[in-house]
Design a protein around this ligand. Sequence first.
Ligand code: NAP
Length: 307
Amino acid sequence: MTEGTHFDQVTIIGAGLIGSSVARAVRRGNLAGRLVLADASADVCAEAERLGLADACLTNVADAVRGAGLVILAVPVGAMASVGAAIAPALEAGAIVSDVGSVKESVLKALQSLLPAHAHLIPGHPVAGTEHSGPAAGFASLFDGRWCILTPPEGADEAAVARLTDFWTALGSKVEIMTAQHHDLVLAITSHVPHLIAYNIVGTASDLEAVTRSEVIKYSAGGFRDFTRIAASDPTMWRDVFLNNKDAVLEMLGRFSEDLTALQRAIRWGDGDQLFDLFTRTRDIRRRIIDAGQDDAQADFGRPHKP
Ligand code: NAP
């Protein structure tokens, strides 16, 4: 493998939204001499080849990692261990193995026990995505200006961590390093619980008897439709997130339920001050997200409104 952000060969396993976006950004930045994709599905591989995403797309993951200086696993969290077991015997000495999974501790533990000592395991998670899946859904600018969190295990090779940091920076990301455990706690409240709330409210609305489903859809611009975007996210991916980040999600859900009960009480007892104070604080959080460049300031997410 050559030095810096350029690798002789980069292999990405899983040619879906994230894997294909990494592939496109690798091409954009000319970061690999040879770019190889792999996917369990022959149909997905055929689509990736039709889209010209890589030099090759293989269904055999072991064949795909031969010769690779950097291997990135972009499969659902629940599939990381089986992919790790399949690639382990074929990994080159000194290869960096990373992933993009939304949960880190379970992936780290699973891969640590499977990969050979001659490979450098440095799990990662780009905090960027959409509600779409598959190779056609990816785009090269997905990671531009977004955070990528790396969670190297204790004693990880510093040069390999630095190289992976440079690689993600070249993909357009800002990189932060933390422990896998801390990552899972932070993401539980910033991503996993919000998704669960969205899945739940959309589920509740679809089960209502007093309000028809067509009314829910007709009047969705009142706020409901913003939840439906998140609730349209990939079912396999999100099932795996909740099964693999159980402790942190349950901890945050406990806090959430307590706060919700307090709001319920405030509404019941007509405590307008409590409601007003909370809504003022939450408005400030939105302003800070915009100031930090994490979202657009346009009203209603910039949706077109007819005069
Ligand atoms: P996706 O679009 O569904 O792509 C995943 C791909 O992996 C699919 O083509 C799938 O094939 C393939 N795959 C599944 N099991 C495999 C196996 N054992 N071997 C080889 N390929 C396999 O999903 P995604 O949104 O890119 O998510 C990929 C990873 O990125 C997940 O770990 C997720 O947590 C993480 N992530 C997602 C987002 C997001 O917003 N979507 C953001 C950050 C991180 P089949 O379709 O045939 O199963």
